[in-house]
Design a protein around this ligand. Structure first.
Ligand SMILES: [Ca+2]
Length: 146
């Protein structure tokens, strides 16, 4: 599917994006595609993920995010949390802004560039900026749940 240079078995983001038909002139990774009413609904859902004693927390633990019906059947759900999380603890927890980014990227309004960017990030399991054999192996393991 992807051609890489001789001896180069990795695929970098720019090369990955060459396979994606690009429309529009500017790529904005954090496009606020969710409008005000959507943000209010998103905040309500975000708040519902926090229990009463957790309401003072600014981020939702990954385990709670994984309970969302939209993520339950996704094989990459934990990886998705890690990609969108800005937590310094690298624990996959999401702030409300992280949560908005996640919802924006998976919304119908997100551009192909945004979806492609995050797809690359999700598949780049070791966060080294390239897709290689190790990433492909983990991807297959996620799909086969092994
Ligand atoms: Ca990688």
């Amino acid at each position: 599917m992807f051609e890489v240079g001789e001896g180069d078995k990795s695929l970098q983001l720019q090369r990955f994006l060459q396979f994606v038909p690009v429309t529009g002139s500017r790529v904005r990774w954090h496009v606020p595609v969710i409008q005000v009413t959507g943000r209010l609904r998103a905040h309500k859902r975000f708040s519902e993920l926090l229990s009463k004693e957790d309401r003072n927390l600014t981020s939702v633990p990954m385990e709670k995010v994984l309970s969302l019906p939209e993520l339950k059947s996704k094989p990459f759900r934990k990886r998705i949390c890690h990609v969108f999380s800005t937590s310094d603890m690298k624990d996959g927890s999401l702030t409300f802004e992280d949560f908005l980014d996640l919802l924006s990227a998976f919304s119908d309004s997100a551009t192909l560039e945004i979806k492609s960017h995050y797809a690359f990030c999700i598949f780049d399991f070791d966060d080294d900026g390239t897709l290689d054999g190790g990433d492909l192996e983990k991807l297959v393991n996620c799909l086969t749940d092994s």
